[in-house]
Design a protein around this ligand. Structure first.
Ligand SMILES: Cc1cc2nc3c(=O)[nH]c(=O)nc-3n(C[C@H](O)[C@H](O)[C@H](O)COP(=O)(O)OP(=O)(O)OC[C@H]3O[C@@H](n4cnc5c(N)ncnc54)[C@H](O)[C@@H]3O)c2cc1C
Length: 375
Protein backbone atom coordinates (compact mmCIF):
# COMPACT_ATOMS: atom_id res chain seq x y z
CA UNK A 1 0.00 0.00 0.00
CA UNK A 2 1.40 3.37 -1.03
CA UNK A 3 0.69 6.85 0.21
CA UNK A 4 -0.95 9.11 -2.38
CA UNK A 5 -0.98 12.89 -2.04
CA UNK A 6 -3.61 15.25 -3.44
CA UNK A 7 -5.23 18.55 -2.52
CA UNK A 8 -8.83 17.38 -2.62
CA UNK A 9 -10.06 13.81 -2.24
CA UNK A 10 -13.59 13.10 -3.47
CA UNK A 11 -15.33 10.04 -2.01
CA UNK A 12 -17.90 8.66 -4.47
CA UNK A 13 -17.81 8.64 -8.27
CA UNK A 14 -21.53 9.09 -9.05
CA UNK A 15 -22.87 12.28 -10.63
CA UNK A 16 -22.19 14.31 -7.46
CA UNK A 17 -18.55 13.24 -7.12
CA UNK A 18 -17.78 13.31 -10.84
CA UNK A 19 -19.29 16.76 -11.43
CA UNK A 20 -17.65 18.55 -8.50
CA UNK A 21 -14.32 16.78 -9.16
CA UNK A 22 -14.37 17.93 -12.79
CA UNK A 23 -14.70 21.60 -11.71
CA UNK A 24 -12.12 21.31 -8.92
CA UNK A 25 -9.54 19.62 -11.17
CA UNK A 26 -9.12 22.96 -13.01
CA UNK A 27 -7.70 24.47 -9.81
CA UNK A 28 -6.25 21.70 -7.64
CA UNK A 29 -4.88 18.14 -7.56
CA UNK A 30 -8.04 16.06 -7.29
CA UNK A 31 -8.58 12.32 -6.89
CA UNK A 32 -11.89 10.41 -6.77
CA UNK A 33 -12.29 7.16 -4.84
CA UNK A 34 -15.21 4.96 -5.94
CA UNK A 35 -15.94 1.70 -4.13
CA UNK A 36 -17.54 -0.07 -7.12
CA UNK A 37 -15.90 -1.25 -10.36
CA UNK A 38 -18.16 1.19 -12.28
CA UNK A 39 -18.67 4.77 -11.05
CA UNK A 40 -22.35 4.93 -12.07
CA UNK A 41 -23.30 1.62 -10.46
CA UNK A 42 -25.63 3.05 -7.78
CA UNK A 43 -28.24 5.87 -7.97
CA UNK A 44 -26.68 7.67 -10.94
CA UNK A 45 -27.05 4.66 -13.20
CA UNK A 46 -30.61 3.89 -12.05
CA UNK A 47 -32.49 7.16 -12.53
CA UNK A 48 -35.55 7.96 -14.64
CA UNK A 49 -33.51 10.66 -16.44
CA UNK A 50 -36.12 13.41 -16.13
CA UNK A 51 -35.38 17.14 -16.38
CA UNK A 52 -38.23 19.20 -14.91
CA UNK A 53 -38.12 22.75 -13.61
CA UNK A 54 -41.44 22.21 -11.81
CA UNK A 55 -40.38 19.16 -9.77
CA UNK A 56 -39.03 19.38 -6.20
CA UNK A 57 -38.86 22.20 -3.66
CA UNK A 58 -37.82 25.83 -4.24
CA UNK A 59 -34.08 25.13 -3.96
CA UNK A 60 -34.31 22.19 -6.38
CA UNK A 61 -36.31 24.23 -8.89
CA UNK A 62 -33.78 27.07 -8.74
CA UNK A 63 -30.86 24.67 -9.28
CA UNK A 64 -32.69 22.92 -12.12
CA UNK A 65 -33.50 26.22 -13.89
CA UNK A 66 -29.87 27.23 -13.53
CA UNK A 67 -28.72 23.89 -15.01
CA UNK A 68 -30.76 24.17 -18.21
CA UNK A 69 -28.31 26.28 -20.22
CA UNK A 70 -25.43 23.83 -19.60
CA UNK A 71 -27.58 20.82 -20.46
CA UNK A 72 -29.04 22.51 -23.55
CA UNK A 73 -25.66 23.65 -24.88
CA UNK A 74 -22.77 21.96 -23.11
CA UNK A 75 -19.23 23.29 -23.61
CA UNK A 76 -17.46 22.13 -26.80
CA UNK A 77 -15.92 18.67 -26.39
CA UNK A 78 -17.96 17.83 -23.26
CA UNK A 79 -20.10 15.18 -24.97
CA UNK A 80 -20.83 13.71 -28.37
CA UNK A 81 -24.66 13.65 -28.29
CA UNK A 82 -27.24 16.21 -27.08
CA UNK A 83 -27.82 15.95 -23.31
CA UNK A 84 -31.51 16.93 -23.46
CA UNK A 85 -34.29 15.48 -25.59
CA UNK A 86 -37.62 17.30 -25.17
CA UNK A 87 -40.40 15.18 -23.72
CA UNK A 88 -43.53 16.73 -22.16
CA UNK A 89 -44.80 15.55 -18.78
CA UNK A 90 -48.54 14.92 -18.57
CA UNK A 91 -49.76 15.21 -14.98
CA UNK A 92 -53.04 13.33 -14.73
CA UNK A 93 -55.78 13.58 -12.12
CA UNK A 94 -58.29 10.81 -11.60
CA UNK A 95 -61.52 10.48 -9.65
CA UNK A 96 -60.74 10.82 -5.93
CA UNK A 97 -57.86 13.22 -6.59
CA UNK A 98 -59.88 16.43 -7.08
CA UNK A 99 -58.05 18.48 -4.44
CA UNK A 100 -54.57 17.63 -5.72
CA UNK A 101 -55.70 18.06 -9.31
CA UNK A 102 -57.25 21.50 -8.63
CA UNK A 103 -53.98 22.51 -7.03
CA UNK A 104 -52.03 21.42 -10.14
CA UNK A 105 -54.45 23.30 -12.41
CA UNK A 106 -54.03 26.47 -10.31
CA UNK A 107 -50.29 26.39 -11.08
CA UNK A 108 -50.91 26.12 -14.82
CA UNK A 109 -51.08 29.27 -16.96
CA UNK A 110 -52.89 29.22 -20.34
CA UNK A 111 -50.55 29.93 -23.25
CA UNK A 112 -47.39 28.99 -21.32
CA UNK A 113 -45.33 25.79 -21.16
CA UNK A 114 -47.46 24.58 -18.23
CA UNK A 115 -51.12 24.42 -19.30
CA UNK A 116 -54.29 22.66 -18.17
CA UNK A 117 -55.75 20.24 -20.75
CA UNK A 118 -59.18 18.71 -21.24
CA UNK A 119 -59.59 14.93 -21.22
CA UNK A 120 -59.70 14.93 -25.05
CA UNK A 121 -56.52 16.99 -25.31
CA UNK A 122 -54.79 14.65 -22.86
CA UNK A 123 -55.89 11.63 -24.94
CA UNK A 124 -54.47 13.34 -28.01
CA UNK A 125 -51.05 13.26 -26.37
CA UNK A 126 -51.33 9.82 -24.79
CA UNK A 127 -54.04 7.68 -26.45
CA UNK A 128 -53.86 4.85 -23.91
CA UNK A 129 -55.26 6.94 -21.03
CA UNK A 130 -58.65 5.70 -19.81
CA UNK A 131 -61.08 8.60 -20.29
CA UNK A 132 -63.52 7.27 -17.67
CA UNK A 133 -62.40 8.53 -14.29
CA UNK A 134 -59.92 11.02 -15.80
CA UNK A 135 -60.51 14.53 -14.42
CA UNK A 136 -58.15 16.14 -16.91
CA UNK A 137 -54.44 16.82 -17.14
CA UNK A 138 -51.79 19.48 -16.88
CA UNK A 139 -49.03 19.38 -19.47
CA UNK A 140 -45.52 20.67 -18.83
CA UNK A 141 -43.80 21.17 -22.20
CA UNK A 142 -40.55 22.46 -20.72
CA UNK A 143 -39.41 19.02 -19.57
CA UNK A 144 -36.92 16.66 -21.21
CA UNK A 145 -35.12 13.31 -21.04
CA UNK A 146 -31.50 13.60 -19.91
CA UNK A 147 -28.68 11.52 -21.44
CA UNK A 148 -27.45 10.54 -17.97
CA UNK A 149 -24.55 8.32 -19.03
CA UNK A 150 -23.23 10.99 -21.39
CA UNK A 151 -23.52 13.72 -18.72
CA UNK A 152 -21.80 11.59 -16.07
CA UNK A 153 -19.02 10.49 -18.41
CA UNK A 154 -18.64 14.05 -19.75
CA UNK A 155 -17.71 15.07 -16.19
CA UNK A 156 -15.38 12.08 -15.78
CA UNK A 157 -13.63 13.01 -19.06
CA UNK A 158 -13.33 16.63 -17.88
CA UNK A 159 -11.80 15.38 -14.61
CA UNK A 160 -9.18 13.46 -16.61
CA UNK A 161 -8.47 16.47 -18.86
CA UNK A 162 -7.95 18.55 -15.73
CA UNK A 163 -5.27 16.10 -14.55
CA UNK A 164 -7.50 14.50 -11.90
CA UNK A 165 -7.56 10.78 -11.11
CA UNK A 166 -10.24 8.15 -10.46
CA UNK A 167 -9.72 4.87 -8.62
CA UNK A 168 -12.47 2.25 -8.77
CA UNK A 169 -12.88 -0.75 -6.44
CA UNK A 170 -11.53 1.74 -3.89
CA UNK A 171 -13.84 1.64 -0.89
CA UNK A 172 -12.93 4.12 1.85
CA UNK A 173 -12.76 2.23 5.14
CA UNK A 174 -11.19 4.66 7.60
CA UNK A 175 -10.65 8.43 7.88
CA UNK A 176 -8.18 10.06 10.29
CA UNK A 177 -6.85 13.56 10.76
CA UNK A 178 -3.44 14.81 11.86
CA UNK A 179 -1.74 18.22 11.90
CA UNK A 180 -1.11 18.03 8.12
CA UNK A 181 -4.69 17.17 7.07
CA UNK A 182 -6.77 14.11 6.27
CA UNK A 183 -5.50 10.53 6.01
CA UNK A 184 -7.95 8.30 4.17
CA UNK A 185 -7.55 4.52 4.05
CA UNK A 186 -9.10 2.75 1.07
CA UNK A 187 -9.00 -0.60 -0.68
CA UNK A 188 -6.38 0.80 -3.09
CA UNK A 189 -4.12 2.53 -0.59
CA UNK A 190 -3.80 5.48 1.74
CA UNK A 191 -4.49 9.01 0.54
CA UNK A 192 -3.51 12.32 2.13
CA UNK A 193 -5.49 15.46 1.31
CA UNK A 194 -6.23 18.88 2.76
CA UNK A 195 -9.93 18.62 1.86
CA UNK A 196 -12.33 15.69 1.62
CA UNK A 197 -15.52 15.96 -0.46
CA UNK A 198 -18.14 13.51 0.75
CA UNK A 199 -20.12 12.53 -2.37
CA UNK A 200 -20.92 9.00 -1.20
CA UNK A 201 -24.65 9.10 -2.09
CA UNK A 202 -26.67 6.84 0.24
CA UNK A 203 -23.47 6.15 2.22
CA UNK A 204 -22.70 9.84 2.86
CA UNK A 205 -23.95 9.56 6.46
CA UNK A 206 -21.60 6.62 7.09
CA UNK A 207 -18.63 8.41 5.49
CA UNK A 208 -19.46 11.46 7.63
CA UNK A 209 -19.34 9.29 10.77
CA UNK A 210 -15.94 7.87 9.76
CA UNK A 211 -14.60 11.45 9.72
CA UNK A 212 -16.34 12.50 12.96
CA UNK A 213 -18.53 14.98 11.03
CA UNK A 214 -21.99 16.13 12.09
CA UNK A 215 -25.02 13.88 11.65
CA UNK A 216 -27.14 15.37 8.86
CA UNK A 217 -29.97 12.83 9.32
CA UNK A 218 -29.62 11.36 5.83
CA UNK A 219 -32.43 8.99 4.82
CA UNK A 220 -31.88 6.74 1.78
CA UNK A 221 -35.23 5.84 0.24
CA UNK A 222 -35.73 3.05 -2.28
CA UNK A 223 -37.42 3.73 -5.59
CA UNK A 224 -38.39 0.89 -7.94
CA UNK A 225 -38.59 0.88 -11.73
CA UNK A 226 -39.39 -1.63 -14.46
CA UNK A 227 -39.26 -1.69 -18.24
CA UNK A 228 -42.41 -3.07 -19.83
CA UNK A 229 -43.38 -3.62 -23.45
CA UNK A 230 -45.74 -1.14 -25.13
CA UNK A 231 -48.70 -2.52 -27.12
CA UNK A 232 -47.47 -4.08 -30.38
CA UNK A 233 -49.51 -1.75 -32.59
CA UNK A 234 -48.56 1.49 -30.76
CA UNK A 235 -45.72 3.86 -31.53
CA UNK A 236 -45.10 5.03 -28.01
CA UNK A 237 -41.74 6.80 -28.45
CA UNK A 238 -43.39 10.22 -28.81
CA UNK A 239 -45.76 9.79 -25.83
CA UNK A 240 -45.22 12.17 -22.94
CA UNK A 241 -44.15 11.00 -19.52
CA UNK A 242 -47.39 10.34 -17.61
CA UNK A 243 -47.24 11.32 -13.94
CA UNK A 244 -50.01 10.75 -11.42
CA UNK A 245 -50.91 14.09 -9.78
CA UNK A 246 -50.18 12.61 -6.33
CA UNK A 247 -47.02 10.93 -7.67
CA UNK A 248 -48.45 7.46 -7.08
CA UNK A 249 -46.89 6.18 -10.31
CA UNK A 250 -45.24 7.37 -13.49
CA UNK A 251 -44.69 5.95 -16.97
CA UNK A 252 -42.26 7.15 -19.59
CA UNK A 253 -41.12 5.93 -23.02
CA UNK A 254 -37.59 4.58 -22.88
CA UNK A 255 -35.79 3.27 -25.98
CA UNK A 256 -38.80 1.48 -27.47
CA UNK A 257 -40.09 0.28 -24.09
CA UNK A 258 -42.01 1.94 -21.24
CA UNK A 259 -40.38 2.76 -17.92
CA UNK A 260 -42.84 2.29 -15.06
CA UNK A 261 -42.42 3.22 -11.40
CA UNK A 262 -44.75 3.21 -8.38
CA UNK A 263 -42.79 6.28 -7.18
CA UNK A 264 -42.11 4.46 -3.90
CA UNK A 265 -39.97 5.95 -1.14
CA UNK A 266 -39.22 3.11 1.27
CA UNK A 267 -36.73 4.01 4.01
CA UNK A 268 -33.74 1.69 3.58
CA UNK A 269 -30.20 1.29 4.92
CA UNK A 270 -27.51 2.11 2.32
CA UNK A 271 -27.20 -0.96 0.08
CA UNK A 272 -27.25 -2.31 -3.45
CA UNK A 273 -31.02 -1.70 -3.68
CA UNK A 274 -33.13 -4.45 -5.23
CA UNK A 275 -36.69 -4.21 -6.57
CA UNK A 276 -39.49 -5.56 -4.38
CA UNK A 277 -42.15 -7.67 -6.17
CA UNK A 278 -44.92 -5.93 -4.25
CA UNK A 279 -43.80 -2.49 -5.44
CA UNK A 280 -43.76 -3.73 -9.05
CA UNK A 281 -47.28 -5.17 -8.60
CA UNK A 282 -48.51 -1.85 -7.17
CA UNK A 283 -47.06 0.05 -10.14
CA UNK A 284 -48.75 -2.32 -12.62
CA UNK A 285 -52.09 -2.03 -10.82
CA UNK A 286 -51.98 1.79 -10.86
CA UNK A 287 -50.92 1.85 -14.52
CA UNK A 288 -53.67 -0.55 -15.58
CA UNK A 289 -56.26 1.53 -13.66
CA UNK A 290 -55.22 4.77 -15.36
CA UNK A 291 -54.59 3.39 -18.87
CA UNK A 292 -55.75 0.66 -21.22
CA UNK A 293 -52.27 -0.91 -21.12
CA UNK A 294 -52.03 -4.54 -20.02
CA UNK A 295 -48.65 -5.51 -18.66
CA UNK A 296 -47.82 -8.94 -20.04
CA UNK A 297 -44.06 -8.98 -19.75
CA UNK A 298 -41.49 -7.16 -17.64
CA UNK A 299 -38.26 -6.83 -19.61
CA UNK A 300 -36.16 -5.69 -16.64
CA UNK A 301 -36.57 -4.22 -13.18
CA UNK A 302 -34.36 -2.43 -10.72
CA UNK A 303 -34.36 -0.17 -7.69
CA UNK A 304 -32.14 2.65 -6.56
CA UNK A 305 -31.77 4.89 -3.53
CA UNK A 306 -32.82 8.54 -3.42
CA UNK A 307 -31.33 10.09 -0.28
CA UNK A 308 -32.97 13.01 1.51
CA UNK A 309 -32.57 15.12 4.62
CA UNK A 310 -35.60 16.55 6.43
CA UNK A 311 -36.16 19.62 4.20
CA UNK A 312 -35.44 17.70 0.95
CA UNK A 313 -32.80 20.21 -0.17
CA UNK A 314 -29.24 19.10 -0.97
CA UNK A 315 -26.52 19.26 1.68
CA UNK A 316 -23.59 21.12 0.16
CA UNK A 317 -20.96 22.97 2.19
CA UNK A 318 -18.23 22.56 4.80
CA UNK A 319 -19.08 20.53 7.88
CA UNK A 320 -19.82 22.33 11.14
CA UNK A 321 -17.55 20.05 13.21
CA UNK A 322 -14.68 18.97 10.97
CA UNK A 323 -12.72 21.63 9.09
CA UNK A 324 -11.80 20.57 5.58
CA UNK A 325 -14.71 18.10 5.36
CA UNK A 326 -17.13 19.14 2.60
CA UNK A 327 -20.59 17.66 2.01
CA UNK A 328 -22.01 17.07 -1.50
CA UNK A 329 -24.93 14.84 -0.55
CA UNK A 330 -28.71 14.41 -0.18
CA UNK A 331 -29.43 14.99 -3.86
CA UNK A 332 -32.74 13.14 -3.45
CA UNK A 333 -34.55 12.48 -6.72
CA UNK A 334 -32.94 15.42 -8.49
CA UNK A 335 -29.18 14.83 -8.57
CA UNK A 336 -28.99 14.52 -12.36
CA UNK A 337 -31.07 17.52 -13.36
CA UNK A 338 -29.36 19.82 -10.83
CA UNK A 339 -25.78 18.59 -11.41
CA UNK A 340 -24.48 21.42 -13.63
CA UNK A 341 -25.50 24.30 -11.34
CA UNK A 342 -24.96 22.47 -8.06
CA UNK A 343 -21.46 21.25 -8.94
CA UNK A 344 -20.36 24.72 -10.12
CA UNK A 345 -21.69 26.29 -6.91
CA UNK A 346 -20.16 23.52 -4.75
CA UNK A 347 -16.74 23.89 -6.37
CA UNK A 348 -16.82 27.65 -5.72
CA UNK A 349 -17.73 26.94 -2.08
CA UNK A 350 -14.81 24.51 -1.71
CA UNK A 351 -12.42 27.01 -3.25
CA UNK A 352 -13.77 29.88 -1.09
CA UNK A 353 -14.89 31.78 -4.20
CA UNK A 354 -18.67 31.68 -3.75
CA UNK A 355 -20.39 35.00 -3.07
CA UNK A 356 -24.17 35.03 -2.61
CA UNK A 357 -24.46 38.63 -3.76
CA UNK A 358 -24.26 38.87 -7.53
CA UNK A 359 -23.14 35.31 -8.15
CA UNK A 360 -26.44 33.75 -7.14
CA UNK A 361 -28.48 34.74 -10.20
CA UNK A 362 -30.81 31.81 -9.71
CA UNK A 363 -31.83 33.03 -6.27
CA UNK A 364 -30.19 30.43 -4.05
CA UNK A 365 -27.97 31.27 -1.08
CA UNK A 366 -25.24 29.06 0.33
CA UNK A 367 -27.15 28.94 3.65
CA UNK A 368 -30.13 27.27 1.90
CA UNK A 369 -28.07 24.14 1.26
CA UNK A 370 -25.41 24.37 3.98
CA UNK A 371 -25.08 21.48 6.48
CA UNK A 372 -25.20 24.18 9.20
CA UNK A 373 -29.00 24.42 8.76
CA UNK A 374 -29.33 20.83 10.01
CA UNK A 375 -27.48 21.23 13.31
C1 LIG B 1 -35.40 5.14 -9.63
C2 LIG B 1 -34.75 6.50 -9.55
C3 LIG B 1 -35.20 7.51 -10.39
C4 LIG B 1 -34.57 8.77 -10.38
N1 LIG B 1 -34.96 9.69 -11.30
C5 LIG B 1 -34.30 10.88 -11.38
C6 LIG B 1 -34.63 11.82 -12.38
O1 LIG B 1 -35.50 11.56 -13.21
N2 LIG B 1 -33.94 13.00 -12.43
C7 LIG B 1 -32.94 13.28 -11.52
O2 LIG B 1 -32.35 14.37 -11.61
N3 LIG B 1 -32.62 12.40 -10.56
C8 LIG B 1 -33.26 11.21 -10.46
N4 LIG B 1 -32.94 10.30 -9.49
C9 LIG B 1 -31.99 10.72 -8.45
C10 LIG B 1 -30.55 10.64 -8.90
O3 LIG B 1 -30.29 9.39 -9.49
C11 LIG B 1 -29.66 10.87 -7.66
O4 LIG B 1 -30.00 12.08 -7.04
C12 LIG B 1 -28.19 10.92 -8.03
O5 LIG B 1 -27.81 9.85 -8.86
C13 LIG B 1 -27.34 10.92 -6.76
O6 LIG B 1 -26.00 10.95 -7.17
P1 LIG B 1 -24.83 10.65 -6.13
O7 LIG B 1 -23.57 10.80 -6.88
O8 LIG B 1 -25.08 11.47 -4.90
O9 LIG B 1 -25.07 9.13 -5.68
P2 LIG B 1 -24.55 7.77 -6.36
O10 LIG B 1 -24.75 7.75 -7.81
O11 LIG B 1 -25.15 6.65 -5.58
O12 LIG B 1 -22.99 7.85 -6.12
C14 LIG B 1 -22.42 7.69 -4.84
C15 LIG B 1 -21.20 6.82 -5.03
O13 LIG B 1 -20.46 6.76 -3.82
C16 LIG B 1 -19.85 5.49 -3.77
N5 LIG B 1 -19.46 5.22 -2.38
C17 LIG B 1 -20.27 5.07 -1.31
N6 LIG B 1 -19.54 4.81 -0.20
C18 LIG B 1 -18.24 4.81 -0.57
C19 LIG B 1 -17.03 4.58 0.12
N7 LIG B 1 -17.00 4.30 1.44
N8 LIG B 1 -15.87 4.64 -0.58
C20 LIG B 1 -15.87 4.91 -1.92
N9 LIG B 1 -17.00 5.12 -2.63
C21 LIG B 1 -18.17 5.07 -1.96
C22 LIG B 1 -20.93 4.55 -4.29
O14 LIG B 1 -20.40 3.34 -4.77
C23 LIG B 1 -21.57 5.40 -5.38
O15 LIG B 1 -21.08 5.09 -6.68
C24 LIG B 1 -33.52 9.03 -9.47
C25 LIG B 1 -33.08 8.02 -8.61
C26 LIG B 1 -33.67 6.76 -8.66
C27 LIG B 1 -33.16 5.69 -7.75
Amino acid sequence: MTDHMCDILVIGGGIAGASIAAHLSEHARVHVLEMEEQPGYHSTGRSAALFSETYGNTAIRALTRASRSFLASPPPGFCSVPLLKPRPVLIIGQVGQQVAFDDAVRQAVPGTEVEALTVDQALGLCPVLRPEGLLGAVVDRGTADIEVHELHHGYLRALKRGGGGLSTAARVTDIQRDAKGWIVHSAVGTFRAAIIVNAAGAWAGEVGSLAGAQDIGLEPRRRTAALIEPPRDATSDHWPMVLDVEERFYMKPDAGLLLLSPADETLTAPCDAQPDEMDIAIAIDRLETATTLEVRRIRSKWAGLRSFVRDRSPVVGFDGLQPGFFWMAALGGYGIQTAPALSAMAADLVLGRWRDQGSAPFGLCADDISPARLR
